[in-house]
Design a protein around this ligand. Sequence first.
Ligand code: AMP
Ligand code: ZN
Length: 136
Amino acid sequence: MPECLFCKIIAGEIPSYKVYEDADTLAFLDINPNNYGHTLVIPKDHFENIYTTPDETLCKTMIVVRKLATAIRNGMEADGINVTINNEPAAGQVVDHLHIHIIPRHEGDWETKSQHLKYKDDQAIETIEKIKAALQ
Ligand code: AMP
Ligand code: ZN
């Protein structure tokens, strides 16, 4: 989909901090993380939301989500993980390409659940390195 932001990230037209990639799936850091290590997992084929994504694609994507959930929990030394999908604007969906949010949580940080952080300098690179190391 030429005008889709996440299709452009898949095509390399827009840069991203890649956490994981295989033939069907890409994972990269959210640009405005709710907590550091907040990652988006997307199928490489364009589907708008959970209603329209074929079962096989959704299953492949979720298998990657589970692997990454463990790696993000360990790599970011988190105490818990949120896995969420926003579907349709009323539910907060802004980008119309299915994406699963993986958000690390730390004990006592639940009141910051609406915050949006920024990465400074090399912090994004250090973050993906921590997650990738925990994936192996
Ligand atoms: P949603 O509200 O579920 O559609 O989530 C879209 C997410 O995409 C938001 O959390 C944004 O911070 C994130 N986002 C937007 N543009 C980019 C980008 N260029 N790279 C990484 N994440 C992005
Ligand atoms: Zn797309």
